[in-house]
Design a protein around this ligand. Sequence first.
Ligand SMILES: *Cc1c(COP(=O)(O)O)cnc(C)c1O
Length: 382
Amino acid sequence: MRTFLSPPHLSEEGHERLFLEEALASNWIAPTGPQVDAFEREFAEINRSPHAVAVSSGTAAIDLSLRLLGVGAGDDVLCSTFTFIGSTAPIVHRGAGPVFVDSEPSTWNLDPNLLEDELRVRSRAGRPLPKAAVVVDLYGQSADFDPIVGTCERYGVPIIEDAAEALGATYRGVPSGNQGALGVFSFNGNKIITTSGGGMLVCRDEAAAGRARRLSTQARDPAPHYQHSDVGYNYTMSNLLAAVGRGQLRVLERRVAARRAIFDRYRMALGDLPGIEFMPDAGFGRATRWLTCIVIVPELFGADRETVRLALEAIDVESRPLWKPMHLQPAFLGCPSLGGEVSARLFEQGLCLPSGSSLTECDQNRVVEAIRTVAVRGRHCQ
Ligand SMILES: *Cc1c(COP(=O)(O)O)cnc(C)c1O
């Protein structure tokens, strides 16, 4: 049986089924309803976010966030380059231009110094400042928000925290997603909890939450007929999927613990090999280790990342290169990029290992043995 990178993992107790049955029995087979309301309430409480709005995907939540911040044609938006395209595609959809920012080696997330340099230079030259910054928390680890928030506040640039990969993580004791004006989560099938597809937008400002809710439901005015003084989106979450989400939320803590244990076992089993580095622990909070990420230095390891990936594929194990940075994507050719070498190296040498919370120790051992075999063979052939 194939070992997947990060497959869905339903609750042992069957919570999802119970909530789904409730939803079906209530006949709320609709893009709104009591399960959606409860999911938003429960999510907001667990994540200590004042307001939460359930939407159809993480990408939709980013798109709504940009719209709420007034991002439009001709604006620049700063964005972590080392991310999934869901963080950046909405910038283009809004007619704005992404300005990519490289990672810092200690967190793999947006480099606060590059951000500060850019804002200082623009401000001194009297050039327009970016309309917003999309700051990503990658692979379950928060970006270093104290300096990022400090700089952005000084220059008046609002932050969207893309915590799609970081539900359950913290930064200095605060759950991820709460650092900026708006925070975004994803419940795509491979995330730490899933609704098959879905997202959540969180914020402090009640009016912003209200606007997000209105815009995500086609911006309908209060009238008996369909009246619109604004143009919105159909970005709502189905009541059925919210039921699944409620069940998943109940096991979030358990899933975080399992992923962290998987990371620790990989490090114990592979950490002695020369040429393997693990994603650093930034130390300012809890990383969920959504995916265990390693970097393979071929000169020391004896083989490159791709050789390892293919060796795993040969025993039916799914692994994946780290995200290809946006500044190297053909779709974004010509977009400005601040730095880029850190994330480029991570992409070239990095690999995500199977990290699903349902991964058995037996399957994890197969992964470890295959990687160790490649290392031994590599050293003999040098
Ligand atoms: C998954 C993900 C998204 C988008 O989420 P979808 O629900 O798939 O639209 C955005 N940003 C990051 C960093 C992600 O990993």
